[in-house]
Design a protein around this ligand. Structure first.
Ligand SMILES: *[C@@H]1O[C@H](CO)[C@@H](O)[C@H](O)[C@H]1NC(C)=O
Ligand SMILES: *[C@@H]1O[C@H](CO)[C@@H](O)[C@H](O)[C@H]1NC(C)=O
Length: 302
C-alpha cells in the first residue's frame, strides 16, 4: 500500500498537468484577448468622448485651428492658430463653453462659446489669452474660395477685397493713404464679411495688428503689445489677448444685417455743436495747388 501510493500519485499528478498545459495556454490567450478587447473599447470610448468634447455645434476644433460649417455641411470658415497650438488634453466642455488651459507654449486661457441668437444664425465667441508678456497671438483666417468685404479703406480700393503680395502684421490704425500708399485709410472697421455668409468681428479690447499673404489667400489677425502703439489697459499686465466673434448665417444679407445691428450701434450722443457752428473749410477739393488770395476770398463769398 505504502509503496503503491506514491507510484499511484505521481502519474495522477503528472497526467492532469499534461492535459492542463494546452488548456492553460488557451485560457491565457483568451485572457490576453479579453484584456486587449477591454483596452480597445476603453480607447475607443475615450476617443469618441474626446471627439464629442471638441465638436461644438458646427465647429470642429483641432490643435492647430478650427473649421466651421453651415447648416448644409459646407465649410464656410477656416482658421489656423499660427502662434501656438492647443494641448487638446487640457480641454473640457461645459454647456456652451469649451475651454482649454494649455498650449504648446505653456498655460493659457482659451475658450469658445457657442451662441445661437436666432434660428438661422450661429455665433462662436473665441478668446485666446496668453498668461505671459511678450509673444504675440496670431491666428490666420483663410479666404477659401469666397469673396470678402469689409476691413479698411485702402489706397487702391477693390470691392470685393483684393490683396496682392505679402504684408507682415502692422497696427490696425487709421492713416493717410495718399502719403503712405500701403497703410490703412481713414475708414476702418475690425469687421469682415464673406460671400459664404460668414462674418468675423474682432473685439475692441484686442491690440490688433493685421497682415496678409495673398499666395495662401489668408489674413493674419495678431494681438501684441510688444513694438506696438497699443498699451495694455491701466493696471493690467501686457498679456496679449485675441478675441473675436465668428457668425454664420443662411445668406450674406441676413448675416450682415445681424452683425451690424449687434456690433455697430447708432451714435449714442449728438456731435459737438462747434463742429456745425465752425466748420473747417478746405480749398483743396476745388482748387488743389492752383490757389491764390482772390480765390480764397471768392470761396468765402460763396
Ligand atoms: C471684448 O471687449 C470688451 C471691452 O472692449 C471686454 O469687456 C470683453 O471682455 C471682451 N470680450 C472678450 C471675449 O474678450
Ligand atoms: C505665403 O504663402 C505661401 C503659400 O503657403 C508660402 O509659400 C510663402 O512662403 C508665404 N509667404 C511668406 C512671405 O511667408
Amino acid at each position: 500500500m505504502y509503496t503503491f501510493l506514491p507510484e499511484n500519485f505521481t502519474p495522477v499528478k503528472q497526467k492532469p498537468s499534461k492535459e492542463l498545459r494546452p488548456m492553460l495556454g488557451a485560457v491565457t490567450l483568451g485572457l490576453i484577448l479579453f484584456i486587449a478587447a477591454v483596452v480597445a473599447w476603453c480607447y475607443y470610448t475615450v476617443s469618441l468622448r474626446k471627439a464629442e468634447r471638441l465638436k461644438t455645434e458646427l465647429m470642429d476644433l483641432r490643435a492647430d485651428g478650427f473649421v466651421i460649417r453651415n447648416q448644409h455641411g459646407e465649410v464656410v470658415f477656416r482658421l489656423a492658430f499660427r502662434s501656438g497650438s492647443l494641448d487638446l488634453e487640457s480641454c473640457s466642455k461645459e454647456g456652451e463653453i469649451l475651454s482649454c488651459t494649455r498650449s504648446n507654449r505653456g498655460p493659457l486661457n482659451f475658450f469658445i462659446q457657442t451662441v445661437k441668437p436666432k434660428d438661422t444664425v450661429m455665433c462662436y465667441r473665441v478668446r485666446w489669452e496668453e498668461l505671459a508678456a511678450g509673444p504675440a497671438v496670431e491666428h490666420t483666417m483663410f479666404w477659401e474660395d469666397a469673396h470678402w468685404y469689409g476691413g479698411s479703406e485702402m489706397s487702391t480700393q477693390h470691392w470685393p477685397i483684393r490683396l496682392a503680395g505679402y504684408q507682415e502684421p502692422v497696427p490696425y490704425v487709421t492713416s493717410d493713404v495718399y502719403s503712405f500708399r500701403d497703410s490703412f485709410g481713414g475708414i476702418l472697421e475690425r469687421y469682415w464679411l464673406s460671400s459664404k455668409a460668414a462674418a468675423i468681428k474682432i473685439n475692441d479690447s484686442v491690440p490688433f495688428h493685421l497682415g496678409f499673404n495673398a499666395t495662401e489667400r489668408s489674413l493674419f489677425f495678431q494681438a501684441r503689445y510688444k513694438d506696438s502703439p497699443y498699451k495694455p489697459p491701466p493696471g493690467q499686465q501686457p498679456f496679449p489677448e485675441l478675441s473675436y466673434r465668428v457668425c454664420v448665417g443662411s445668406d450674406v444679407t441676413s448675416i450682415h444685417k445681424y452683425m451690424v445691428r449687434r456690433y455697430f450701434n447708432k451714435p449714442s450722443k449728438i456731435p459737438a455743436e462747434n463742429a456745425f457752428r465752425y466748420p473747417i473749410w478746405s480749398t483743396w477739393a476745388l482748387y488743389k495747388n492752383d490757389i491764390d488770395q482772390d480765390k480764397v476770398l471768392d470761396l468765402r463769398e460763396d
